[in-house]
Design a binder for this molecule. Structure first.
Ligand SMILES: [Zn+2]
Length: 240
């Protein structure tokens, strides 16, 4: 964040200049390698929230993650923006993992559970989440009566579950799962701890449903860290 009295944009540009200088010094090939093309292993679908920038929270680097983020990480099958990103990442870039990630204390589920109109296009965008809230009203009401924040986080989880169902029905994803073992994951970023939790959805759930042994060690290598999806449903980082 810009120091008090300093213009945030000017500060961001000077911060970028310092970062570019540092990266170039640390690894003289860093930027020339970026210009030669991309081969990310992960497609990340997440919330636009400023507090969950995927590459930063995964400890990865530019070139490691292909990204689409929107308000409250809602996956609508008819949203051409999301569909285009998925198609490019899965069909052209041939990513190995599709990760849908919600997060705790998200503004979308907070607004929906509060039942307040947020106005304009946002009310339309949040409609699938309102339907989800209504479908799980009993569970969410009982949690909410004890702990409102926990109900918000539960709705965020249900939203990831619904999103993963849409992803698993997407034609490009279905084909890649069948033909080359593309993995689809549903996760939740816990803002309070910085950890990304694997909810065991998507292809992991599909494997379990078929009685297959859960795969251990779907490993995505970054240049300075690994994101490891374990068979116990946990996602963890290994530095190397
Ligand atoms: Zn959010």
């Amino acid at each position: 964040m810009a120091p008090p009295g300093q213009d945030p944009f000017v500060y961001a540009l000077s911060s970028n200049s310092a970062w570019a200088g540092y990266k170039g010094h640390q690894n003289p090939d860093f930027f020339s390698r970026l210009t030669s093309g991309q081969a990310p292993d992960i497609l990340w679908l997440g919330c636009s929230d400023s507090r969950c920038p995927e590459t930063t929270i995964l400890g990865l680097q530019p070139g490691d993650v292909f990204v689409h983020r929107n308000i409250a990480n809602i996956i609508s099958p008819t949203d051409i923006n999301t569909a285009a990103v998925i198609e490019y990442a899965v069909v052209q870039l041939r990513v190995k993992h599709v990760v849908l990630c919600g997060h705790t204390v998200c503004g979308g589920p907070t607004a929906v559970l509060g039942d307040a109109s947020v106005g304009g296009v946002l009310d339309i965008w949040l409609t699938p989440m309102r339907a989800l809230r209504d479908a799980h009203a009993e569970e969410l009401d009982s949690i909410s009566s004890e702990d409102k924040q926990r109900a918000v986080n539960r709705l965020a989880e249900l939203n990831v579950e619904a999103g993963v169902r849409v992803l698993m029905a997407n034609a490009a994803i279905r084909e890649a799962v069948r033909d080359r073992g593309l993995q689809v994951h549903g996760t939740l970023f816990d803002m309070a701890t910085g950890r990304v939790r694997d909810l065991g959805l998507g292809t992991a759930k599909m494997d379990k449903g078929r009685g297959a042994v859960p795969e251990v060690g779907g490993v995505v290598r970054g240049r300075h860290a690994q994101l490891v999806f374990g068979g116990d449903g946990a996602a963890g980082m290994r530095a190397f």
